[in-house]
Each structure stands twice: as structure tokens, then as C-alpha cells.
Design a protein around this ligand. Structure first.
Ligand code: RAM
Length: 902
């Protein structure tokens, strides 16, 4: 039964979302795979998964045998107990419904690190002297970056070597004069006292028999550096820097050698004189010695490091994709501003750093300032950075050896003002500087395009906003003295994020930090990891991230384990709300951000006009609803009952309080109407009235929105869902202020925090809070994929196993839209085109899934698929004519429908 001309094959295998995973600490990792076939209607009927600790599978550790199941995601390892520091290989073969068998998949592997934190043998070490070097009056205190080194003699034949390392601060690893790996900003930002990541490096190729040198550089970073806008606030986790490292070397004879951080390590300072997340880096290349991590380097003037008593139990293996340079960008031009500044234009508001690669004279001093926008006159503008300096001061080494990029910081910028090289020709400047884009190295999964180029630019801006703000945690902004994991922003954007990129490990890590930082009473801090000093910082629609994010992850990736891990945190949030209001079912107390930055806010206020208790109670209902759904999934029968009752009560309380007896929503704001419709708080006639009233408000406002952070993400959804799709599309295509396309017309290359970040006269919103890279309003992306292009799943489904393709055409406004998603099962596509009353809809459905396809305006008699009448076509197994068009059910495969529409 083998090899039906590749009828069915496994295109990708994963363990915990990666094909190869170095440094895992799950006791029970989970496997998944994607299948492809040229034939239609293919499903998996059975699988066989084999795990071995031998690359050739000569001995299998765990062999499931043939399992009759269509499950191809999250299959839990159930073999013998896994060992630490061991590589395991896995592969799978599958059978389809006709019992055709695939070949074995390619071989994936994962390698465990320390499965138990008490396996760590190394000491945490820190530099003895914390000399404080002040560079100039304006820099906050922070000593130069610490260097730590150690030499070791290794014996003969090395077959493999691993480093396990982390730092209290940020670190990078150097062996024998080379920087190891591409990870940046390691160990990442977590709630360090509870969960502190370490990294695993395969260092086999860096080592040799004989003398070897190991080096670690340690900076303050989020751990002990300046963080938050609160004046003078630093050392959120501790006023020290420390490193922890183990090198494990395996020899061919089976023996092992281990090198540990301890008091025999030496410490000194290097060329990085100052570094900070917000402020940038000061680097004196004349102090560089490439040999500092080599064996033969003379460290006799260095001091001994000292052990520091830090705990091991928070240590966890890296969970998220590491931050890396994912793209390099060349400047598009050099500008000479009216004020006489020399400014590089990168052509894109990007996040990362600038690399200098030039022939400079020794001692030449360059200063680079980074800014997002130019002012009305075309001058360089940094007012919106507030106290963040994001600058680089570089002193050249000379001799043609200047090649530098800051190591422990990142900047949000499009423009770079250069001081110190004014005499150089523009062409030399353009060649000498490169932008390095940095973010968590997630896999891109989504693509959206349509017939309006402005909307395509919007989609790109959303993607750039995601890249720039997914720097290990979901930040609000990447440039000013904030860059914090604001919960509200994350929850509004998560579903869009999960279209554009694979974000499962990214949000899993962040949600565990959320649970770790959640307070005893269940309240959720404003930002995660939590470092702001306010005690009572929680708000409706922000704290709800505790519920919305795990639920969305479950929907998008079917990650039931994460849902179950987060369940207590979800429940605790809802129970917190329950105890907060003056009355159990209404949340009418406390501080809230409300419909943040909405345009109906009072003069000089950021808080929109929609009543705070209405927003709080709406999200209360929504979160209860989702916790109840989670309880159903997790089989918590008692909770299902409890939360169903609670939901009923909260909805009733909402209606009593906010809906008039005649059925009108009392709060006349767009956002109030949006939430009522989105969260199912109104029904029947009241619902119809609410929708038509919302439509009226938008139309009367000449198709402009007034919504802020809370109402905007759902505005187009509720219009499309309630019979006003045309209005939703008009809102999207609106380009006068306020609108999504207004910023595009102003030349934006990322999403702005304010609808009027730059006003039509070219002036700015005030300096005090004005980011040009804030992804919240990018949440419209979700609607673009699901409604405009029509790529969605059934409401009750998870991970796109039951796909729903339902393009909402936009006659006269758009004649083409297309979305693709590389889902957990494989590529889904929904693309449509309209031409003179004729529609073509191109669809791709992955193996082992099926789709409901809704073709509005189609007439069965004329509906064709790839030139055949749909009734004759393979793969389609149900056809229903409805008053709106035709509904079909189809299995996997590629389809091209065409019809004249009415
Ligand atoms: C701002 C942040 C963020 C928002 C909070 C309430 O400081 O930038 O976007 O969530 O305020």
C-alpha cells in the first residue's frame, strides 16, 4: 500500500511547535505534523509515531504502533521518562481514509536541557567591583558591561558540547574569540523571581582539544537597568549583575567534562562603557580586544569573580522564540534638514539597531540619535521619546576595523541623525550604515492583500507593528521610556497577531508570566512582567488579557494544555471582578482606562466618553463567558454551572443598568454599542436597534469612527455581522481623519498610538504620549482576514480543523481580496476576485480538515468549480442553495469556483 505517487506525505513535523528544539524542559512534550496530498478530500485515519534516542531509529524508545485517530496536533509523549541533556528523534507515518500509507516523515528532534532545576551545579557569579563610570551628567548611573572569562584544557576527541547559560541582566556568550549563536537580549524578559529562562547552545564547533577560552558579557537589561518612566527607577529585580553557565563536553570515549561558573572566573570591563534598554549604548572601540575570550589572553590584571547566592528553582529552559536580527535594511536616502542635521532615512519605522561598518580614523567619535518621525519643517524630532535617549556614542578603532552594532539595547526609529561624520558624502554614509531589524524570531504564517493599495500598506504597517513590538514580550511601543507588556494592548491584538505569525510559544511564555505576577486577590497588573510601582494597578479590558489571551491561543492553536495551565489564573481574574463591584454582577468601582484614547474623550483626557462601569461590566460578562467555555473544554462541570449562572446574572444586571425599558442602549457612544453587540449583551429587537443605531452614528459622522483601544478592534466585526458590512468597508477605506487610512495618507509605515499622531497641519499630538509604533489599532487585521477575505473557522472549532470560508464581498469598493494562513494543519487560502458581475473564488483546504464554503450571490445552476458543475466535482460532499447564495462542504484540496453573481 506504499507510495501512491506521493498521494499523501508529511510536510512538517513539530515538537512543541518546532521541528528541532534545542534545550527543552517539558516532561511530556507534544508532537504535531502537517500533511499534503495532490488529491482532494484526504483525511488522516491513523498514525504511527516513533521516538528514539538514536538518529537512525535503530532502537525505538516509544512506538505508538498504528493508532486509529485523526489527531495530528498536540499528541503527548507517553514513552519512558525522559532524561536530562539528551537528544531524542521522532518521525511519523500516517494512513488516509482509504488506508493509503505515507512514507516516513523527515526526522525531527528535540533535546532536553535540565529537567529539574536542582541539577544545576554552577554558581551564580558576579563581578567584585561595581565601579560606576559616569559618562556625562545626563546619563543615569550604570557601570560598563561586565566581562567574565575562564580558560579550560580539553582532552582529545570532542563529539558534542553544550553550554547552558543565563544571567541576571542580559548576556552574550563568546568562545575562543567568537560570539556564539544569534540570540539577542538573552535571557529574555520574564517575571524573573518566579521564572528565569536559560539558553542552550550547541558549541561543539567552537571548541577543540587543548586550551579553550570562555567569555560572557553581562549588562543590566530589564533586570537591573533603568525601566519604566518612573523617575530614577532601576533594579526592578535586583541591584547587581550575575551570570550562570555550565559547559558540558562529551568525548568520543563516552566520558564527560563539565566547566562551571565559580569564583575561579576572572572579571573585567570592556569597550561597552554604558548600555541601557531605553538609552542606548556608549562604545569605545579602542578598548576592544577580540582576544578577550581566547585561551591565550593575558588576564593577569583581571579580578576574581564572586559567587552570589541566587536561587535555581526559577530556572526554566527558553520558552519563546529567541530575539534575532531577522532582516537588514539599507538607508534609502540621506536628508539634510532645514536645521542643518544630517539624517539617514531608513524608509521604514523599524525596531532594532544600526550597524556601523566603515573605515574611520582611530578616535573618531560618532553619535547616532534615533527618531520615528520628522517634524512639520522636516527637522529631526525626538520629543515623543520622553526620557528615553536611544542613542549610540561610538568611538572608532581605526585601521579599517570599525564594524559595530549595539549589543544590549534596541531602538524604535525610521530616522537616524548622525553627528561626527558631516563631512562625508551621502553615498559613503548610505554604504556605512545598515538597519538590523530585531524581534522574536517567529515564523510568518499569514498574508493578506486586496485591490486597494492603501489597505495593503495598512496590512504591512500592522505586520511591522507586530515585528517591532514582539521583542520577547508584547510591548505597547518600542521607542519611548515604556516598552512594557501592557495587557490591554496584547489582548486586543492577539487574534490578528496569530494570523500574521506563529505566536504560540510567544504568548505561552507571556501568559505564564501573567499568572506568576497576578496578585493574591486575582487582580492583574497593568503590565506583564509587572514592574510598575503602583499597587492597585488593574483595569477592565486590560486585566481581561488573563482570560482572552489563553482562550484565543486555544482557539488558534488548539493548545488545551496552556488553557488548563492558565485556568486558575482565568478564574481568579473573574472572581476578583466579582468581589469588586458594589453589587456582585456589576463592576462599577475602581480605576479603569476605559475606551483609552477614544475621540469622544473630554478635552485633556485620554479616557473616552463610554461610561467606565459599562465597559467594565461588558468585559466582565465576556470574561465570564470565556471562562465558562474553558470550563466546558476542561470538563469542570461544577464551574460550567457556576459560570453559566454568573453570566446570566451579569447580563441581566447589564441590561437593567444600561438598557432602557424600551430597548435602547442608554450610552450613546459607538464603543458602548460595539461592546453590547460583540459580547452578546443585547438580544432580539434591542440587538437590532443597537446595530442600526451604531450604523447611524457612523453614517452620520460621515463614515468616521470615534472609538479608542476598547471599541476599535470590534467595530467592523459587529457592523459586518449585523447587516452593515458596507459601512464597515467604508470605514476601512475612509482616509480622512480619523481613520486607519488617514495615517497611511500621512506616510505612516507603522500603526500609530493616536488617530491623530500627526495632525493634518503636520503638527504632533503632545510629546507626553505619542508613539508611532503602537499595534493596538492594528487589530483591524483580524477582520480583514476573516471578513474581507473570508478566511475563518467555525465558531465552535479550534485550530482551523473545521474551516469556514465566507468572503464578504464589497461590491464597488474592492474587487479583490486574498488571505493565506499557514495553520497548524497546513496552508488555508481564501481569495476572491470580481470582474463585471463575475466572481472567482480560489480556496485551499489542508489535508485532515474540511471546510464550509459560503458563496454569497451564487446560483447553483451556474456555479462552476474548475470548469465543472459543482455537483460533479470530487471533494465536495454537501451543497445547499440558500436565499443568499450557495453553501458547500468540501474536503481538503484546491478549488476554484466561478459564478455570475446577483
Ligand atoms: C500607555 C501605553 C499603553 C496603554 C496604557 C493604558 O501608557 O502606551 O498603550 O495600554 O497607556
Amino acid at each position: 500500500m506504499m507510495n501512491q505517487q506521493a498521494a499523501l506525505s508529511v510536510s512538517q513535523v513539530t515538537c512543541e511547535y518546532r521541528e528541532h528544539l534545542l534545550g527543552a524542559d517539558q516532561f511530556v512534550p507534544r508532537f504535531g505534523w502537517k500533511l499534503i496530498s495532490k488529491r482532494r478530500g484526504i483525511k488522516q485515519q491513523a498514525y504511527q509515531l516513533v521516538v528514539s534516542d538514536a538518529a537512525d531509529f535503530s532502537l525505538s524508545l516509544w512506538d505508538t504502533g498504528r493508532v486509529e485517530s485523526d489527531q495530528s496536533l498536540h499528541i503527548e509523549y507517553a514513552g519512558p521518562t525522559l532524561q536530562s541533556r539528551t537528544r531524542y528523534y521522532y518521525r511519523v507515518q500516517v494512513w488516509d481514509q482509504e488506508d493509503n500509507c505515507s512514507d516516513w516523515s523527515s526526522i525531527g528532534w528535540w533535546e532536553t536541557a535540565f529537567l529539574h532545576s536542582d541539577e544545576w551545579q554552577a554558581d551564580w557569579i558576579m563581578p567584585m567591583q561595581r565601579s560606576t563610570v559616569k559618562q556625562s551628567g545626563e546619563w543615569p548611573d550604570s557601570p560598563p558591561v561586565t566581562l567574565l572569562r575562564k580558560t579550560v584544557q580539553l582532552k582529545g576527541n570532542i563529539v558534542s558540547a553544550r553550554v547552558y547559560a543565563t544571567a541576571a541582566g542580559l548576556y552574550d556568550l563568546h568562545l575562543n574569540g567568537e560570539r556564539v549563536g544569534e540570540e539577542l537580549l538573552a535571557p529574555g524578559w520574564t517575571s524573573y523571581h518566579h521564572r528565569h529562562q536559560y539558553q542552550t547552545y550547541d558549541v561543539t564547533r567552537y571548541l577543540h582539544a587543548g586550551g579553550n577560552g570562555i567569555g560572557i558579557r553581562v549588562a543590566d537589561g530589564w533586570y537591573s537597568g533603568r525601566i519604566s518612566w518612573e523617575k530614577g527607577f532601576r533594579s526592578a529585580y535586583g541591584a547587581y549583575r550575575a551570570a550562570l553557565l555550565e559547559l558540558h563536553v562529551q568525548y568520543a570515549d563516552g566520558s564527560e567534562e563539565v566547566v562551571l561558573t565559580d569564583e575561579t572566573w576572572k572579571t573585567s570591563e570592556g569597550p561597552i562603557r554604558y548600555t541601557s534598554i531605553y538609552d542606548g549604548e556608549i562604545y569605545d572601540a579602542r578598548l576592544e580586544d577580540a582576544g578577550w575570550s581566547k585561551y591565550e589572553y593575558d588576564d593577569s590584571a583581571w579580578e576574581n569573580a564572586f559567587p552570589i547566592d541566587l536561587p535555581y528553582n526559577p530556572l526554566i529552559a527558553q520558552e519563546n522564540w529567541p530575539v534575532k536580527v531577522t532582516e537588514t535594511i539599507r538607508p534609502v536616502s540621506v536628508l539634510h534638514t532645514p536645521r542643518g542635521e544630517t539624517v539617514l532615512d531608513m524608509g521604514q519605522n523599524m525596531v532594532g539597531r544600526i550597524r556601523i561598518n566603515m573605515n574611520l580614523d582611530a578616535g573618531t567619535k560618532i553619535t547616532l540619535y534615533h527618531a520615528e518621525v520628522l517634524d512639520r519643517e522636516g527637522n529631526f524630532y525626538t520629543g515623543n521619546l520622553r526620557s528615553a535617549k536611544q542613542l549610540v556614542e561610538y568611538t572608532a578603532r581605526g585601521k579599517g576595523e570599525d564594524n559595530y552594532a549595539p549589543a544590549f539595547t534596541f531602538m524604535g526609529f525610521r530616522y537616524v541623525r548622525i553627528l561626527g561624520l558631516e563631512e562625508l558624502a551621502d553615498s559613503v554614509l548610505i554604504k556605512g550604515f545598515t538597519g538590523e531589524v530585531m524581534h522574536s524570531d517567529m515564523v510568518q504564517t499569514g498574508q493578506f492583500a486586496c485591490s486597494d493599495e492603501r489597505v495593503n500598506r495598512l496590512q504591512q504597517n500592522i505586520v511591522w507593528g507586530q515585528r517591532g513590538n514582539f521583542v520577547d514580550i508584547p510591548t505597547d511601543c518600542p521607542q519611548r521610556d515604556e516598552r512594557l507588556g501592557w495587557t490591554g494592548d496584547a489582548q486586543v491584538f492577539i487574534r490578528t497577531a496569530a494570523f500574521n505569525y506563529q505566536v504560540a510559544p510567544f504568548f505561552a511564555k507571556w501568559l505564564r508570566d501573567l499568572a506568576a505576577d497576578q496578585r493574591e486577590d486575582g487582580s492583574v497588573p497593568f503590565t506583564i512582567p509587572s514592574i510598575l510601582k503602583w499597587n492597585q494597578d488593574t483595569s477592565a479590558a486590560w486585566g481581561d488579557a488573563a482570560v482572552i489571551c489563553p482562550w484565543t491561543q486555544y482557539q488558534c492553536y488548539g493548545d488545551i494544555r496552556l488553557l488548563s495551565e492558565q485556568y486558575d489564573s482565568m478564574k481568579a481574574w473573574v472572581n476578583y471582578i466579582r468581589g469588586e463591584g458594589e453589587y456582585e454582577y456589576l463592576w462599577n468601582t475602581g480605576h479603569h482606562f476605559g475606551d483609552w484614547l477614544a475621540l469622544d474623550a473630554k478635552e485633556n483626557s485620554y479616557v473616552g466618553a463610554t461610561p467606565l462601569d459599562l465597559i467594565a461590566t461588558s468585559f466582565y460578562a465576556y470574561s465570564v463567558d470565556l471562562v465558562r467555555n474553558a470550563a466546558v473544554v476542561l470538563g469542570r462541570t461544577e464551574d460550567v454551572k457556576e459560570f453559566s449562572d454568573l453570566l446570566y446574572q451579569v447580563r441581566r444586571a447589564y441590561q437593567n443598568e444600561f438598557v432602557t425599558p424600551a430597548g435602547r442602549l442608554a450610552a450613546p457612544m459607538q464603543t458602548a454599542h460595539v461592546l453590547a453587540l460583540m459580547f452578546g449583551l443585547v438580544e432580539g429587537d434591542t440587538k437590532r436597534r443597537t446595530a442600526s443605531e451604531l450604523n447611524r452614528m457612523v453614517v452620520q459622522n460621515d463614515y468616521h469612527l470615534t472609538t479608542g483601544f476598547v471599541g476599535t478592534p470590534y467595530l467592523c466585526f459587529v457592523l459586518s455581522e449585523n447587516g452593515y458590512h458596507e459601512t464597515a468597508v467604508k470605514l476601512l477605506l475612509q482616509d480622512s481623519y480619523p481613520s486607519w487610512l488617514y495615517s497611511i495618507a500621512q506616510g505612516a509605515t507603522t500603526i500609530w498610538e493616536h488617530w491623530d499622531g500627526i495632525k493634518s497641519d503636520g503638527t504632533f499630538w503632545s510629546d507626553d504620549m505619542n508613539s508611532y509604533n503602537h499595534y493596538a489599532y492594528g487589530a483591524i487585521g483580524d477582520w480583514m482576514y476573516r471578513y474581507l477575505a473570508g478566511l475563518d473557522m467555525e465558531d465552535t472549532d479550534i485550530a482551523y480543523k473545521k474551516i469556514r470560508i465566507n468572503p464578504r464581498f464589497a461590491a464597488g469598493q474592492l474587487n479583490y481580496a486574498s488571505a493565506k494562513l499557514d495553520s497548524s494543519y497546513g496552508i488555508i487560502e481564501s481569495s476572491w476576485q470580481e470582474d463585471q458581475g463575475h466572481r472567482t473564488v480560489r480556496i485551499q483546504i489542508p489535508v485532515n480538515t474540511e471546510a464550509k464554503i459560503i458563496l454569497e450571490g451564487a446560483n447553483l445552476a451556474q456555479l462552476m468549480e474548475s470548469g465543472l458543475s459543482v455537483e460533479e466535482v470530487e471533494g465536495i460532499f454537501e451543497i445547499i442553495s440558500t436565499s443568499e447564495g450557495v453553501e458547500l462542504r468540501a474536503g481538503s484540496g484546491e478549488y476554484e469556483f466561478s459564478y455570475k453573481y446577483s
